[in-house]
Design a protein around this ligand. Structure first.
Ligand code: NAP
Length: 317
């Protein structure tokens, strides 16, 4: 798991997609930098050491805001594990939104990430989404050069299934250390696939079988994006009846375990033996502290299943 490569890696990851003032063309403001500073300190005070970026977040403003915080307080970097992603290209004068695993794009993206974050070396570079036009040797060559140049320490991926990771890994001399997927009490394909094997409910499953097992067997740290389900079960907007029932169960378990609702939602993911690392995207300082309480909870098997059934809206097969 990530602690295998970084012994100080925290159980939670702070996701920086909410920094930088939003997905707009406004220039980065002093308030945006102040917000990043407040949030970074809140994360650190709550034991979080891993910070997740992507070059595209808020059109690169998230990395810029974070970099300004590091420029003001360079010592913060000493206890951080910084990861960022590249290879999604937003639509531009050259073409539509696309993925780009070319050596040239990966290499130039890393240089830009390092410059924006004001750092010399990125701890983990993640390939954001699989590129169907990937040339294995090109990716391997680019990664090797970046590692030799000291610009990245490790490689990770995101939104890849187990077969894709194994395929990419076959060309690399360096281990793929993490895979970031959408996983939450609301988005359960990663779990439902295993539960509904050999049943009609599995027919429309978009999740590749074996991904979880591949990651667990090969020390690929699973990181869960969207882990709070945008607050659906912890006081945020809830749409359907099953979600209301699940949110009520989350509230009663929060009382039972003496923790926040967020801790129950994240604790449900963390109870899985895959040692899933939730990536939390809240920019609310109080909520960051509430999320951190997840590290103190171990749900009983019965409560874990009760949450699963409530969120599904149906009993398991
Ligand atoms: N690899 C990928 O493809 C990928 C894709 C998406 C995201 N990510 C990463 O994962 C991180 C987390 O993803 P995410 O932000 O989509 O998911 P999230 O952590 O599930 O949701 C965070 C959002 O939900 C809101 N929220 C949480 N609890 C709430 C509540 N009780 N009431 C109202 N709003 C609430 C937050 O608002 P407040 O800020 O007001 O709390 C924030 O906007 C991102 O920051 C990014 O680093 C990766």
């Amino acid at each position: 798991m990530l602690t295998h490569y970084f012994p100080t890696a925290s159980a939670l990851v702070y996701g920086c997609m909410g920094l930088g003032g939003g997905w707009n063309k406004n220039p980065l403001s002093d308030d945006d930098v102040k917000q990043a500073e407040t949030v970074v300190h809140a994360a650190i005070e709550n034991g979080i050491t891993v910070f997740d970026h992507a070059d595209i977040y808020t059109f690169s403003k998230a990395e810029k805001a974070f970099g300004k915080v590091l420029r003001q307080q360079p010592s913060l970097r000493d206890n951080m594990i910084l990861q960022s992603k590249c290879a999604i290209r937003l639509d531009d004068e050259l073409g539509p939104k696309r993925y780009d695993f070319s050596a040239q794009w990966i290499t130039c993206s890393v240089d830009n990430i390092l410059r924006r974050l004001a750092i010399e070396q990125l701890d983990i570079l993640l390939l954001h989404r699989p590129d169907p036009l990937m040339e294995l040797n090109e990716v391997a060559g680019a990664v090797e050069k970046l590692q030799k140049a000291g610009k990245i320490t490790h490689l990770g991926v995101s939104n890849m299934h187990g077969h894709q990771i194994a395929f990419l890994q076959s060309a690399l001399d360096t281990p793929i250390v993490t895979n970031q997927l959408e996983m939450s009490l609301a988005f359960r394909d990663w779990l439902e696939d295993g539960i509904t094997t050999n049943s009609a409910a599995n027919r429309n499953m978009g999740y590749a079988p074996g991904t979880l097992e591949y990651c667990m067997q090969n020390k690929v740290q699973l990181q869960a994006w969207g882990s709070l389900a945008q607050g659906k079960y912890s006081g945020g907007h809830t749409e359907c009846e099953a979600d209301v029932i699940a949110a009520e169960l989350v509230a009663s378990l929060a009382e039972k375990y003496g923790v926040s609702a967020e801790a129950i939602v994240l604790g449900w993911l963390m109870r899985h033996p895959a040692n899933i690392q939730p990536v939390i995207g809240t920019t609310n300082v109080q909520r960051i502290a509430q999320c951190a309480e997840a590290t103190t909870v171990t749900l009983s098997r019965e409560d874990w299943y009760a949450l699963l059934v409530a969120a599904r809206g149906n009993e398991i097969p």
